[in-house]
Design a protein. Structure first.
Length: 345
C-alpha cells in the first residue's frame, strides 16, 4: 500500500502535464478550425456575390441587347410609339386651347337670356369641352337619332332602302320635315309608332347616346319631355360620324352628306366664313333654339368619314331653352360659333 501510494504520487504531476498538453492541443485545433471555417465562409460568400453580380450583369446585357435588337428589328413599332406620343402631345396642347375657350364661352353665356349648353370637339385630336350638358327638349335635332336608326335598320337588313326612304331622309334632314320624320318612325315600327320609337331609342342607346330619346310625334307640342337630347350626345354623334363609326364608313358619310344639304343656315354656319363647308341640323320651338354642326375648315366634308380630319375641323353643338326672343338667341349662337371658329384656326 505504501509503495502504491508512493507510485501514484510520483505519476500524478506527469498526468496533469499530459492533460494540459492534450487540452492545449484541442484548443489550438479548435481555433484553427474556427479560423478556417470563417475564412471559408468569407471566401464562398465573396464568390457567391461575385457570381450573382456576373449573372445580373449578363442578364442586363442580354436584355439590353434584346431591346436593341427588338427596336432594330421592329422599326414600325418604334414609329407607332412615336406617333402615339405625338398625338398625345397634340391633344394636350389642343385641350389647353379648348379650356381657355371654355372660359371665354362661359363669360359670353353669362350675358345671354335663358339656359344654355355647349359642346365642342377638335376632330384631329379628340380634345373636347362640355358646358352644362344635360338632357333637355331637343326640338328637331332629335331627327339625327331617327336618321341613325334608319341607316342601322337598312344595314341590318330589317328595312329595305328604296326611293321613298331616300326621299323621306332627305326631307327630314335638309328641310326638317316633321311628317317625313313621323313616316320614317312608322316604317321603323312596321306601322306601329310605339315600336318605331323603341327602335330609335334602342339604336341611340346602342351607340351610347343615353340622353337622347323620342316618344312623341314631331309637330306635337303638348308636352316638352317626349323629345330629349343633350349637347354631349349631339357632339359625340357628329364626331363619330366623321370618324366613320356610325353603322359603317359608307353610312356615316351618307349622314354627313344629308347634313351638308341643310337649308337652314342662320345659326352655327352663319358664324364662320361663308366659304367654309358646314354640315348641320337645327331645331327650334317656342323658347328653344338649337343647332348641331360639323365645321370643315380644311375641306368640303364630302369624303370625311373615316378619313384623317384636317387641321381646324371640329364639331359644335348648342342648345338653349327659356329664351324669350328667337332672333336674339339665334344671334347668340352665331356669336358663339364665331368665337369657336377663331379659337380653333
Amino acid at each position: 500500500m505504501a509503495r502504491h501510494a508512493e507510485h501514484t504520487t510520483r505519476w500524478a504531476p506527469r498526468v496533469r502535464i499530459r492533460l494540459r498538453i492534450v487540452v492545449a492541443a484541442i484548443l489550438a485545433i479548435a481555433v484553427v478550425i474556427g479560423v478556417t471555417a470563417s475564412a471559408a465562409q468569407r471566401y464562398f460568400s465573396g464568390f457567391r456575390e461575385a457570381r450573382l453580380q456576373t449573372v445580373a450583369s449578363g442578364t442586363e446585357n442580354r436584355l439590353a441587347t434584346r431591346s436593341s435588337t427588338t427596336h432594330a428589328e421592329n422599326p414600325k413599332d418604334a414609329k407607332a410609339a412615336d406617333e402615339r406620343n405625338q398625338a398625345k402631345r397634340a391633344k394636350q396642347s389642343k385641350q389647353r386651347t379648348l379650356d381657355a375657350l371654355s372660359v371665354q364661352l362661359q363669360q359670353q353665356l353669362a350675358g345671354y337670356q335663358g339656359t344654355w349648353q355647349v359642346y365642342v370637339e377638335d376632330l384631329p385630336t379628340g380634345a373636347s369641352i362640355s358646358i352644362n350638358s344635360h338632357e333637355q327638349y331637343s326640338a328637331s335635332v332629335i331627327k339625327l337619332m331617327v336618321m341613325l336608326a334608319v341607316f342601322q335598320q337598312i344595314a341590318d337588313g330589317a328595312l329595305q332602302e328604296d326611293a321613298q326612304i331616300d326621299d323621306l331622309l332627305t326631307r327630314m334632314i335638309t328641310i326638317s320635315d316633321n311628317e317625313a320624320t313621323n313616316t320614317l318612325v312608322d316604317r321603323l315600327g312596321n306601322g306601329d309608332t310605339q315600336a318605331g320609337y323603341a327602335v330609335v331609342n334602342g339604336t341611340a342607346q346602342r351607340y351610347g347616346f343615353t340622353q337622347s330619346h323620342l316618344d312623341q310625334r314631331m309637330g306635337d307640342l303638348t308636352v316638352d319631355t317626349g323629345k330629349q337630347t343633350s349637347v354631349g350626345d349631339q357632339g359625340r354623334f357628329l364626331a363619330a360620324a366623321c370618324r366613320g363609326q356610325l353603322v359603317s364608313v359608307e353610312y356615316s358619310q351618307s349622314m354627313i352628306g344629308l347634313m351638308l344639304q341643310q337649308t337652314r343656315r342662320s345659326k352655327i354656319p352663319a358664324g364662320v366664313p361663308s366659304q367654309v363647308s358646314v354640315a348641320n341640323k337645327t331645331g327650334e320651338s317656342p323658347g328653344v333654339e338649337n343647332d348641331s354642326a360639323m365645321v370643315f375648315a380644311a375641306g368640303d366634308g364630302e369624303r370625311i368619314a373615316g378619313a384623317t380630319p384636317g387641321v381646324g375641323d371640329y364639331v359644335i353643338a348648342v342648345m338653349s331653352e327659356h329664351v324669350p326672343m328667337p332672333s336674339e338667341a339665334q344671334n347668340d349662337i352665331r356669336t358663339m360659333s364665331s368665337t369657336v371658329w377663331s379659337a380653333l384656326q
